[in-house]
Design a protein around this ligand. Structure first.
Ligand code: NOJ
Length: 570
């Protein structure tokens, strides 16, 4: 089904990114163009018309750079070339051109906190020795203790274990330590060093010159560490996959110095839009797991980034009061600095929301699910996920969709442990199953090998696909009235038609504690859209005279059942 969607030609008075719906493509798992079981750039290009038809405005592609793939590409060995696994620079150029032809903007992933240990800079640093210019591009330190065999401080790595790794010097003696806040193969760069700044300016320009519309910035809150790298109190823990403590109290996160970097990058981006036409804005989006939310607002001040993922929204429990609070805070905090709020429910680092919402309300979000862990309720999870998406797509600002959520894909909760790829599984001593379950290849055609993910005759994919993905494949849902895919298409179309991304939100009183009721008004639209989400066991009678635009599940008459969202005009 094709729908008319040419976002680039839309309301030119509004910068495109203020209300854009941006679809995350995880290249390993989107579409496999050469049949090796791993997705690639030609695969993405071939499937782009699907995204135009879905009705999104832009894509964000997770890393595709040269990489030993110790962290699925978030360990970059060369920022200016494509890993052969994914294709070539010519394939990237072709992808960008095709996307633009279809009216889709393209964001790519920038990984500036760390490189791969196979990056030429790190290899040179190992060879060059203590005190060298080469070592000063990373965070090398001498160890503590009489033989230097104690790590320089007590910080924990996000992936488990400590953040320090000791090297062997070229002469064979035990040497200095380097910091890696993620995997040991991801050494942290030294952002006190002007050479690092210069390198990333040139990376930005390299990709802007090739036509990208912006960057999602990995670990945007981690690049600058507190001076002196002080020890932390043992009770101060933070894990981007778990619930964070207030991050500005941790010397590894959210240091004020990061903002100077983004001011500098904003200037680089603006060189590419000298006439100030909002249609040619290039943007930055922060991946910053920062709390409290006021701190997140600092990343999107008008001289820095354009957007920041709203992780407090992703983490909000499925309860009316919690959602009302986080939506209100988001609109206020982002609005105070003139930025659009952004909304997100899933990505490649968290349990898919069709499964996450299938756990009892308020329960801590797990980090990966194994076959012997407590399992989410799939029916409740999908029902709430559809209602949550229908709510999210009504909210003013920009929304992010993670590939496959439009099919209602659940987490794969039974990946055999010996097939797990996420370094978290090993580094935590097999206590955290990690993020493989949300990174399973996309099912395109239910009846084909690997559900149409690739061209291969076989069914081998880099992560195994669960059987349920066959029934949820794109071809099984296209044109099926109540399918999750058609639901996404409908809400995306209505969001655009009613200009909800740039509408004004007011809360509607009188529905009680278990209903979220909001009104969206737009100065150019005759009718307001009222959005109701019912969290109560009892169905809610819709207001008399309401016209239903769409609902997250088919409505039985004029009542709104539990865990259902409806858009109406009154
Ligand atoms: C955040 C990315 O989203 C995640 O996938 C990655 O493992 C870490 N940053 C390290 O780059």
């Amino acid at each position: 089904m094709t729908i008319d969607s040419n976002p680039i030609a839309r309301d030119s008075s509004l910068a495109w990114w203020r209300d854009a719906v941006i679809y995350q493509v995880y290249p390993r798992s989107w579409a496999d163009g050469n049949g090796d079981g791993i997705g690639d750039l030609p695969g993405i290009t071939a499937r782009l018309p699907y995204l135009r038809d879905l009705g999104v405005d832009a894509i964000w592609i997770s890393p595709f750079y040269v990489s030993p793939m110790a962290d699925a590409g978030y360990d970059v060995a060369n920022y200016k070339d494509i890993d052969p696994l994914f294709g070539s620079l010519a394939d990237a150029d072709a992808l960008i051109v095709s996307a633009k032809d279809l009216g889709l903007r393209v964001l790519i992933d920038l990984v500036p906190n760390h490189t791969s240990d196979e990056h030429e800079w790190f290899q040179a640093a190992l060879a060059a020795g203590p005190g060298s210019r080469e070592r000063n591009r990373y965070l090398f330190r001498d160890g503590q203790g009489t033989d230097g065999d104690e790590p320089p401080n007590n910080w924990d790595s996000v992936f488990g274990g400590g953040v320090w790794e000791r090297i062997t010097e070229a002469d064979g003696t035990p040497g200095q330590w380097y910091m890696h806040i993620f995997d040991v193969k991801q050494p942290d760069l030294n952002w006190e060093n002007p050479e690092v700044h210069e390198m990333f300016r040139s990376v930005l320009r390299f990709w802007l010159d090739r036509g990208v519309d912006g960057f999602r910035v990995d670990v945007a809150h981690g690049m600058v560490k507190a001076a002196g790298l002080p020890d932390v109190d043992a009770s101060t823990t933070f894990n981007f996959e778990g619930r964070p403590v207030p991050t500005n109290s941790h010397p590894m996160w959210d240091q004020d110095g990061v903002h100077e970097i983004y001011q500098d990058w904003r200037r680089v981006l603006e060189e590419y839009n000298t006439n100030g036409d909002p249609a040619t804005d290039r943007i930055l989006c922060a991946e910053a797991w920062v709390e409290p939310m006021d701190r997140l607002g600092r990343y999107v001040r008008s001289d820095q980034m354009h957007q920041s993922f709203n992780f407090p929204y992703l983490d909000a429990p499925w309860r009316a009061a919690d959602l009302q609070e986080v939506i209100t805070d988001s609109l206020r905090i982002f609005g105070d600095v003139g930025a659009p709020a952004s909304w997100v429910l899933s990505n490649h680092d968290v349990i898919r929301h069709a499964s996450r919402l299938g756990y009892p309300v308020g329960e801590e979000r797990p980090i990966g699910i194994g076959a012997d862990d407590s399992q989410p309720n799939a029916i409740v999870g999908l029902r709430r996920a559809r209602a949550a998406t229908a709510l999210m797509l009504a909210l003013p600002g920009s929304a992010y969709i993670y590939q496959g959520e439009e099919l209602g894909l659940p987490e794969h909760t039974a990946v055999p442990d010996d097939l797990r790829q996420d370094p978290m599984w090993e580094r935590t001593g097999h206590t955290s199953r990690g993020r493989d379950g949300c990174r399973i290849p996309m099912p395109w055609v239910g009846g084909e090998p690997a559900y149409g993910f690739g061209t291969a005759e076989g069914t081998d994919t880099w992560l195994p696909m669960p059987e349920i993905y066959g029934a949820l494949a794109v071809d099984r849902q296209e044109g099926v009235a109540d399918s999750t895919l058609e639901m996404y298409r409908t809400f995306l179309r209505l969001r655009r038609e009613h200009q909800l991304g740039s509408a004004h939100l007011t809360w509607v009183e009188g529905y009680g504690n278990d209903v979220l009721a909001l009104r969206l008004s737009h100065r150019d639209m005759a009718d307001d859209v009222v959005v109701l989400t019912n969290f109560a066991v009892e169905a809610l009678e819709l207001p008399a005279g309401a016209t239903v635009l769409a609902s997250s599940h088919r409505l039985p008459g004029t009542a709104l059942p539990q865990d259902t969202t409806v858009w109406i005009t009154d």
